[in-house]
Design a protein around this ligand. Structure first.
Ligand code: FRU
Length: 492
């Protein structure tokens, strides 16, 4: 074991115990200690689900990136494993950046990641060399391949940047071959996703460029994934420097799903482009396919532009979303919490046909770890003007969801959710009533809120840092709305 890896493990062993379980989410993945960003290597290995993450144990800020490691049998209860990778080789001395994992035919586990070497050029500018590297292991310990790096500038298509060439996502396809999709920057300065084949031989043969931004959907495309879903082919990526478009795409780091078809002869044809999550905190999603054929996605529940807004002196920072089951309906991406969450539902509280106008709270409807579905419809011919839910509430704090049927918008507002800076705290999404109703499934886990709209047609995620005693929930409408509430506490 390298000195760097040993040092990081010793550091964890010394300090991680200082963080009480109650200071963390109960079922959302957090770093053992320090900083976490992208999910990596989300995959099935020997019948369990493995998840690695971009990890800087030594502070609550990004730096010297290792790979943290957890695994689970049900996506809800996670077991911590030793750190998998440290930046301990010349080719990855500036970080083991994002990547993927897969089970090899001989039973070993393959990790593929981006090795970064950062140096100053002759004019003093910082330059990266980004290459793809592999490590092989048994699900706990990993050895880097002595032939690393396996993909370098020479494997790029013409005009591809060797400085922005990262985040391989690996999978074994139906034809038995192992493929990887990798983010790249093209000569026009914007992003592209490259497809490689032959990864099982610890090398890669460039197949084709699957899609390009052409400066339409942001600049560099990070963290791609490529999979079949309900008869369609889906390419997801996380573009940097997105320009805002209506309420669909917001400025800065965004997420993009391109839905279409794939023909091995002619390539990927896109039919539809959409954002993946419409909340404030969501980036770098990655997926796996379960043995029972479900496509599950997990993402970093953060946004690069707001990572500075953390609770003072927090000892962990960064968390993953709840894993979500994906589908395609009417050509769009549908996402709902993994069904395993339902196994952790405790007591059920149900209220039906409650008229809402002035602010009300309902018996036993409160909490910070819950799974609650609220269905709202007009009480008469006359449409209510707005409907509002306030959650994680005390005299000082609240996180608010507000629906305006005339504009067809749902607004998420975490202005008073305990974040210490006056950064962007609201986001609004276009939402249509479905059969005259709005259905919101809301999952709370101490420090986050995830909303699934109309059976997963849209999702909105945000982190919150309110004290746990802020647990009241109230409902209010201008005009009168009729509401059903089904609430379960979650016992994890
Ligand atoms: C995305 C990203 C990746 C990179 C990693 C570094 O959030 O920028 O492109 O591999 O983070 O930590």
């Amino acid at each position: 074991m390298s000195e760097k890896l040993r040092k990081a493990m010793d550091f964890e062993a010394k300090y991680a115990g200082h963080i009480a379980e109650s200071e963390r989410p109960a079922f959302h993945v957090t770093p053992t200690i320090g900083w976490l960003n992208d999910p990596n290597g989300f995959s099935v290995y020997k019948g369990e689900y493995h998840l690695f993450y971009q990890y800087h144990p030594y502070s609550n800020e990004w730096g010297s990136i290792h790979w943290g490691h957890v695994k689970t049998k049900d996506f809800i209860q996670w077991e911590r494993l030793p750190i998998a990778l440290a930046p301990d080789q010349p080719y990855d001395e500036s970080g083991c950046f994002s990547g993927g994992a897969a089970e090899l035919p001989d039973g070993r586990q393959l990790l593929m990641y981006t090795g970064v070497q950062r140096h100053h050029d002759a004019d003093g500018f910082i330059k990266d060399v980004q290459t793809q590297c592999v490590a092989i292991g048994d699900g706990v310990r990993y050895e880097k391949f002595e032939g690393n790096p396996v993909l370098t500038a020479k494997d790029l298509p013409e005009g591809g940047s060797a400085e922005d060439f990262r985040d391989p996502k690996v999978w074994q396809d139906k034809d038995g071959s192992f493929y990887a999709v990798i983010g790249n920057r093209t000569a026009d300065g914007s992003g592209a996703i490259l497809l490689y084949r032959g990864i099982e031989g610890f090398r890669g043969e460039f197949v084709r460029t699957l899609a390009q931004s052409h400066n339409q959907h942001g600049k560099m495309w990070e963290c791609p994934d490529f999979f079949q879903l309900d008869g369609k082919q889906v390419l997801i990526t996380s573009p940097q420097e997105v320009k805002p478009v209506g309420l669909e795409f917001h400025a800065g780091h965004g997420t993009l799903a391109l839905i279409g078809s794939y023909d091995p002869e002619t390539g990927f044809t896109r039919e539809h482009a959409q954002a993946i999550d419409y909340g404030l905190d969501f980036y770098a999603p990655q997926t796996l396919e379960t043995p029972d054929g479900r496509r599950i996605m997990i993402a970093w529940m953060q946004n690069w532009s707001t990572v500075g807004a953390k609770p003072e002196q927090c000892r962990w920072f960064g968390q993953m979303t709840l894993p979500r089951e994906l589908h395609i309906r009417d050509g769009r991406l549908i996402q709902n919490p993994v069904r395993e969450l339902e196994n952790y539902r405790g007591q059920k509280v149900e209220h039906r046909n409650i008229p809402v106008s002035a602010e009300v709270n309902l018996p036993e409807v409160r909490g910070r770890m819950l799974d609650m579905t609220v269905t709202v419809r007009p009480a008469s011919q006359e449409m209510f003007r707005w409907f509002r839910i306030r959650l994680a509430k005390d005299g000082e704090h609240e996180t608010v969801l507000r629906y305006r049927p005339d504009w067809g918008t749902l607004k998420l507002d975490r202005t008073r959710s305990g974040l210490p800076y006056d950064i962007l705290h609201t986001r609004t999404v276009q939402v249509a009533l479905k059969d005259g109703e709005l259905k919101l499934r809301i999952v709370l886990d101490r420090f986050s809120l995830e909303v699934f709209v109309n059976d997963g047609e849209q999702a909105l995620s945000t982190v919150i840092y309110t004290r746990q005693e802020a647990d009241a929930i109230t409902f209010e409408a201008s005009g009168t709305a009729l509401m059903d509430v089904e609430k379960y506490e979650l016992l994890v």
